[in-house]
Ligand binder design. Sequence first.
Ligand code: AMP
Ligand code: GLY
Length: 424
Amino acid sequence: MKILVIGGGGREHALVWKIAQSPLVTKIYCAPGNPGTAALAENLPIGVEQLDKLLAFAYENKIDLTVVGPEQPLSLGIVDLFESHDLKVFGPSQKAAFIEGSKAFSKDLMKKYNVPTAAYGVFTDQAEAEAFINRTGAPIVVKADGLAAGKGVIIAQTCDEAISAVRDMLSGNAFGSAGSRVVIEEFLTGEEASFLVITDGKNVIPLASAQDHKAVFDGDLGPNTGGMGAYSPAPVVTSAIHDMAMEMVIRPTVDGMAAEGRAYRGVLYAGLMVKDGQVKTLEFNARFGDPECQPLLMRMKSDIVPILLAVADGDLSKSEIEWHDKAAVCVVMASEGYPGEYRKGDVISGLDQAAQREDVYVFHAGTAEKDGACVTNGGRVLGVTALGSTVKEAITAAYSGVSQISWPGVQYRSDIGKKALERE
Ligand code: AMP
Ligand code: GLY
């Protein structure tokens, strides 16, 4: 089989790495990929939003399955486009990906199908938003309705801060058209978990539990990022919480999407807040999380390709996913300044030494090849991922991999996985 993976981040390197282990696969392409995927696949100089070029490539090269990593092409309708040309593709349709593409839609869906979530309002009018903020009080959360590369969420500590965040969004200054509508919601406390499932629109297979680390600095301080590290399994997801998430969040959402004429096929990612034995849903994503995908796929024992194919064919009823008992931890190494303006072009040293380790795999994200060297080329640069018999062992292995790699201005959190240890 020939497989095309769309995307060029750490998540897509992990997907390529896992797909490359399948005996069913003869050739992998990755568009656009990165220097990490180049070792396992043929990278194509096509961007994730160039749907016509991606379609032409898949059609002419008789690609057997296309796997879509990021949200942008899903929201642009890549799945509908490929399917209309009889090409198999893993991911939700444009109508289904709307669950991530519009936070107002996803909140209204949750309300309609009784999925527990924070109390909220949806606004396009500044005065109405201000009245809601003043009535609710701070802290309060302001979210741009549309896609904003993980940056469209402001946790405001005061009403004034929330009001000015709304003004920035509604005026179009902050996130362009993605901010022309805002969701304002109650601030929730608790511990977050990433709860991912694979579904064909009817049958649902939960993936192993995971936890992301969104804030840039240790102790969950500083601004939110795309994710500075992740681990799996996440002990905050006890078997009771798992059952609750399946029954109260995932099942009604999958059924609700089908009832709305938006049958959901692909990975459905629920961001959960867990507190006092209860779950509330923070958001849905229409794809694998990045970096959650890296530890999850390292732990996946089953061949992923038959599972992806079964979803593309619309029948997961006979599929199962087996997991390694081991834990996995991914530590993201990022460029100086990230998540703000960051430097690019610094030479990364130590990759060859880290590659010799058996327990560690270094997934590339924002890297590039320059004059024979691997250089930084993005905010999140690498995801150093390790397996261990326990989360503790996986943490030790991941950080010893991290310690071998460096470049000027490198930053990473030193507490990835710590919350799991506190629960052990
Ligand atoms: P979202 O993109 O909606 O998941 O938001 C990104 C991050 O913002 C989440 O992972 C949380 O850390 C935080 N967040 C979002 N909504 C809330 C909320 N209602 N209360 C507290 N934190 C939130
Ligand atoms: N790691 C969070 C996300 O992928 O949205």
